[in-house]
Ligand binder design. Structure first.
Ligand code: RTP
Ligand code: MG
Length: 137
């Protein structure tokens, strides 16, 4: 079943020049298409909505600080099983736990600066696409 998911290449990925590498991995999956892509420095209001589930956690304030520290690549990716698929390509949240071959496993060491966000369910994808592309994507 074709799906759409909201993907962020976080400020560390953009700063380190890893956009091409990561986008290449997404595009290499047969049938996946990037249908929206914008380089954008995210503002607090947008991130407060996006990360509402984490408000009050110890990592929340430093996470918002990091996420506003420079441009992110904001994308919608469409294709067969893309929601689960991008999460699998990304690997677990903590890059040290992520296997080589995954994006976080190949390029990450810091939990917060883990390069990529991808929606974790169809409901999250719908919610997040509205947050980042309020006029539609
Ligand atoms: P994401 O939402 O960004 O795809 O990541 P995720 O589902 O793998 O991780 P989640 O638990 O939703 O956490 C959101 C982001 O917060 C940062 N984080 N820092 N202990 C920490 O310092 C910590 N825990 C989480 C990461 O940037 C994580 O992706
Ligand atoms: Mg999450």
């Amino acid at each position: 079943m074709s799906q759409r998911t909201l993907v962020l290449l976080k400020p560390d990925a953009v700063r380190r020049g890893l956009m091409g590498e990561i986008i290449g991995r997404l595009e290499a999956k047969a049938g996946w298409t990037i249908t929206a892509l914008e380089l954008r420095t995210l503002d607090r209001a947008t991130l407060e909505q996006h990360y509402a589930e984490h408000e009050g956690r110890p990592f929340y304030a430093p996470l918002l600080e990091f996420m506003t520290s420079g441009p992110s690549a904001v994308m919608v990716v469409e294709g067969e099983r893309v929601i689960e698929g991008v999460r699998a390509l990304a690997g677990p949240t903590d890059p040290i736990q992520a296997a080589p071959g995954s994006i976080r496993g190949d390029f990450g060491t810091i939990v917060r600066e883990n390069l990529i966000h991808a929606s974790d369910s169809a409901e999250s994808a719908e919610r997040e696409m509205k947050i980042f592309f309020p006029r539609g994507a």
